[in-house]
Ligand binder design. Structure first.
Ligand code: ADP
Length: 465
């Protein structure tokens, strides 16, 4: 029930209640112990004083020879001297008859009867006043009776009462102070969270640009804010990329569609009666349709590569065997090219990549090598083992890529020479698909190039365990 109510409180309320509660309980336990320890100590002091008094009386009587009840009666002045304020001392015989009694503002009406067999100390409340009663058996000569001391604990009561009042007052003040402190603590915790919530609301209303001013404190909340800001940066960046991608993709699709439309209307108007135009336009239209198809397929490949999840269990493959097969196909497709494969004599470790993905990667890279080679039609592949990777370097002797462009070629739709690349049918997606894919497998793709001398693309594929 109580839990449920605490549950319903705001975070601020919870923090206030919890911290105030914790402070108060600590204070309460501490003062409770303190009060009882001090009280016990004071009581012990009183008891010790009484025990000392009784010991002195006993010694006094023991020193007398042949002591009689009369002697004891006459010891009144000694007892009076020994007595303290708020204390009564008396001696009774075995039947409880009082032989001598001296009192200093300590009238006691009720005494426990009988002769004790040893020293007895009791606490009593008589008419709301606290007393300590000490009873000690007296055996001197042939007399036996009891020495009794009653001490009214007026001072002790005053001290403990005052202590109780002071502690209660301080306790109440501490409760108020701890509630206030709890509130302040809660406030300082909640304020940054409120800022966070406000920024989130602003982002919802005004867009992704908004960020939180992270306080200089290096606590967990500042960390959370920093994390939130960097998450927003990431979201904003990926939104911008997404927007750019959609823009680029539609632009890429628009060009062949416009060309196709142009040729079709040309055909509609003139082509029917002019076989030359008919032939030419049909050929151009088929070429554009081909390009469109390829573009759409590449877009599909890219989105597949992005969404691809690497299976947990991958059947390891022999990279050299796959390369052998692909190169064989390329030799058939491009008989004018020379393909050289160089690999170490000892068999290479198997690699952890799905076979069709590896084939797709090789296809993209070999296709580029062929596309961007004009004079020297030679492509060299070399396989190596490097640490935990098997690497495949594909070297061509083609047009090359300017140094400053190398970092861009993995971007989507990026083409170094726009016109030439388009002429060759490329949309600038091949390398982005390749990078996306190899990154997912925990591998790497790197490129070195020199304009006019050729390009080397290097794939590093993780070895299978
Ligand atoms: P594309 O489909 O246009 O070839 P890629 O993403 O595969 O797209 O390549 C991006 C750009 O990088 C290409 O347009 C081309 O300009 C350049 N490029 C890629 N590979 C080579 C290469 N082997 N030699 C020269 N330039 C290359």
């Amino acid at each position: 029930m109580k839990r449920l109510r605490l549950h319903r409180l705001s975070l601020k309320g919870k923090l206030t209640v919890l911290s105030a509660g914790a402070i108060f309980i600590t204070y309460f336990v501490f003062t409770f112990l303190q009060y009882h320890i001090v009280r016990q100590w004071l009581l012990n002091e009183e008891e010790k004083a009484m025990e000392q008094t009784v010991a002195e009386i006993e010694t006094y009587y023991a020193e007398k020879r042949n002591v009689s009840w009369e002697d004891i009666r006459r010891s009144r002045s000694f007892l009076e001297k020994l007595n303290e304020r708020y204390q009564l001392i008396r001696v009774t015989d075995r039947d409880g008859n009082i032989i001598v009694s001296v009192s200093n503002s300590a009238a006691v009406s009720l005494w426990p009867g009988g002769v004790p067999d040893k020293l007895k100390m009791d606490e009593h409340f008589i008419n709301n006043e606290q007393f300590l009663l000490l009873r000690q058996p007296l055996h001197v000569g042939n007399l036996s009776g009891t020495i009794e001391i009653a001490r009214r604990l007026t001072k002790f009561q005053q001290v403990t009462n005052t202590m109780f009042v002071i502690m209660t007052v301080i306790g109440l003040a501490a409760m108020a102070a701890s509630a206030l402190a709890g509130r302040l603590v809660a406030q300082s915790f909640i304020q940054p969270l409120k800022t966070l919530a406000k920024t989130m609301a602003d982002i919802k209303n005004n867009g992704l640009k908004q960020r939180i001013d992270v306080p200089s404190a290096r606590d967990e909340i500042a960390e959370l804010m920093q994390m939130f800001n960097s998450m927003m940066d990431e979201i904003e960046r990926s939104f911008a990329l997404q927007r750019q991608f959609v823009g680029d993709a539609s632009h890429e699709l628009r060009t062949p569609l416009a060309i196709l439309q142009g040729h079709l209307s040309l055909l509609q108007r003139w082509g029917k009666h002019n076989p030359e135009i008919l032939e030419e336009s049909l050929e151009a239209a088929v070429k554009e349709a081909e390009r469109l198809k390829r573009l759409v397929l590449e877009l599909l490949d890219l989105s597949r590569a992005e969404a691809m999840e690497v299976p947990k269990e991958i059947a390891p493959i022999d990279a050299a065997a796959v390369i052998g097969q692909i190169v064989k196909n390329f030799r058939v497709l491009h008989p004018d090219f020379q393909f050289i494969v160089d690999q170490p004599e000892k068999p290479l470790a198997r690699v952890a990549i799905a076979k069709h993905h590896f084939e797709q990667l090789l296809f993209i890279l070999l296709d580029n090598a062929v596309k961007y080679s004009q004079r020297v039609k030679k492509i060299a592949l070399s396989l190596r083992e490097e640490g935990s990777f098997v690497t495949v370097a594909i070297r061509d002797y083609g047009i090359g890529i300017p140094q400053e462009e190398l970092k861009n070629v993995f971007l989507r739709f990026y083409r170094v020479d726009k016109a030439r690349s388009r002429e060759q049918g490329g949309a600038g997606l091949g390398l982005s698909i390749a990078k996306e894919m190899i990154d997912k497998y925990g591998g790497q793709i790197t490129m070195e190039s020199e304009v006019g001398r050729g390009t080397t693309v290097k794939l590093a594929i993780p070895k299978a365990e």
